[in-house]
Design a protein around this ligand. Structure first.
Ligand code: CTP
Length: 417
């Protein structure tokens, strides 16, 4: 078999099937090999031709059930081929069959003939989703470690109801697939409490003007996603994030933000308070936030007219949150910092590792193309007391997974978490 990653998508009968086309297209563009099975009712919504065109490979339906591939039954061949099996949209009917191990079509037979991790993306009308029987099946299936889920969120449904049952967005499904491809479905942070800070804090001079920085919180969100996908209980303390990242009403809380606790803050002092409150319960603390180092010495709670703006701004330092957490750290806790640097990134990061009593620091160049603030990708050097590892450019989610892999490696230096 080739080294290309292999994702099998089972498409159920629901209007959200059209969104799966985007999932297939994006996965293909990122170099993943995609195969797809459509149930009979899925074909009422999208055609095998659409799916086959996007996969660059024939799409399978129940018509193909008895057509062997290399003299082997199709469901066995496909089940063994898949590294990750996505079922989207997952209907109430398929959910019921999976719960009881029933197999009456190509999709459900392939699930049983495979040991791959299965990512479920349910989508249905709110009343259907909230039925006791459906909820019972859903809870039951979550107990099986093979199954992972994304969504559903809440929002306006195609049946004109507003409520729970909306399929997770394609970007959320793709992020979950990427995590599963990395971890192979292992939840090595199960039960661990991970506290993460993200975004750029703001120090206001008046209600409109502030000292800030270009951080968008993408790295912190990626670390939250990776930790949650690895089974951790995640709390994210975040400075203001771009609107598109937030769980706005229309998008619902179907993806990452539905699974984690979020605490919004604005200033360094608010972030300090939230982090200190959550710190005692945390096993792993990852401080990705770009904290504004200074604040205006005076704050006006009324907007200052232009002519009253000072020509020079007296500044005061803000608390160093990470250093304070470092001084409070208990032996079972692991504290991770980020150092956004230009030029020599290792020397100042190494200094911060010692000065702030960290277990690991991510030296992050912000003067390289496609790395640092606001980008989807990142490059870094991970530093611990005994190890150093260079991470060449990769997605922020991939980097977040490398970070947790590295933490596992330093456990061999310090003892298990
Ligand atoms: N940090 C923090 N509180 C601050 C400043 C930074 O908790 N007031 C954290 C950041 O979240 C990051 C790490 O410390 O994880 C390093 O941030 P950086 O700004 O590079 O560190 P500084 O100590 O401010 O160093 P420098 O003198 O280079 O600005």
């Amino acid at each position: 078999m080739s080294s290309t990653r292999r994702v099998l998508i089972g498409i159920g009968g629901g209007i959200a099937a059209y969104k799966v086309c985007e999932v297939i297209s994006s996965l293909f563009k990122s170099g993943v090999e995609v195969r797809a099975i459509l149930t009979r009712s899925a074909q009422e919504f999208i055609t095998p031709l659409t799916v086959a065109t996007l996969c660059r490979h024939s799409a399978y339906t129940d018509e193909n059930f008895w057509q062997p591939v290399y003299q082997r039954p199709l469901h066995i061949e496909l089940g063994e081929w898949a590294e990750v099996f996505v079922i989207a949209p997952l209907t109430a009917n398929t959910l019921g069959k999976l719960t009881y191990g029933l197999a009456d079509n190509l999709l459900t037979n392939t699930v049983l003939a495979s040991t791959a991790s299965v990512l479920l993306a349910p989508a249905m009308n709110t009343d259907m989703w909230e039925q006791l029987a459906v909820q019972r099946n859903w809870q039951q299936l979550q107990l099986d470690p093979r199954y992972h889920s994304v969504g559903p969120g809440a929002g306006l449904l195609a049946c004109d109801r507003t409520g729970q049952g909306r399929m997770a967005e394609p970007a959320e499904i793709i992020a979950s697939v990427q995590s599963l491809l990395h971890t192979g479905g292992k939840r090595d942070l199960a039960g661990k409490r991970v506290l993460i800070s993200a975004g750029g804090t703001r120090e206001h001079l008046d209600p409109v003007r502030f000292i800030g920085n270009p951080s968008t919180g993408k790295m912190g969100l990626a670390v939250s996603q990776a930790a949650s996908d690895r089974g951790a209980i995640v709390t994210l303390v975040h400075a203001p994030l771009p609107n598109s990242f937030l769980p706005v009403e229309e998008k619902g809380r179907g993806g990452l933000l539905g699974r984690i606790r979020t605490i919004p803050v604005v200033s360094a002092a608010q972030m300090q308070q939230a982090m200190l409150e959550c710190f005692p319960d945390a096993d792993l603390i990852v401080m990705t936030a770009a904290v504004a180092d200074v604040k205006p010495a005076h704050y006006s709670n009324q907007k200052l007219p232009k002519h009253q703006l000072p020509t020079s701004l007296p500044l005061e330092p803000v608390p160093d949150i990470l250093a304070e957490l470092g001084s409070l750290k208990q032996p079972h806790q692991r504290l991770i910092g980020f150092a956004a640097q230009t030029g020599d990134i290792v020397t100042p990061a190494w200094d911060k590792l010692q000065r702030k009593n960290l277990d690991l620091i991510v030296a992050n160049p912000i003067d390289k193309p496609d790395s640092g603030f606001g980008t989807d990708n990142n490059t870094a050097i991970f530093l611990s007391q005994k190890r150093q590892e260079e991470i060449t450019r990769c997605s922020k989610l991939q980097m977040a997974h490398y970070l947790f892999d590295f933490i596992r490696k330093i456990e061999t230096d310090y003892g298990e978490l």
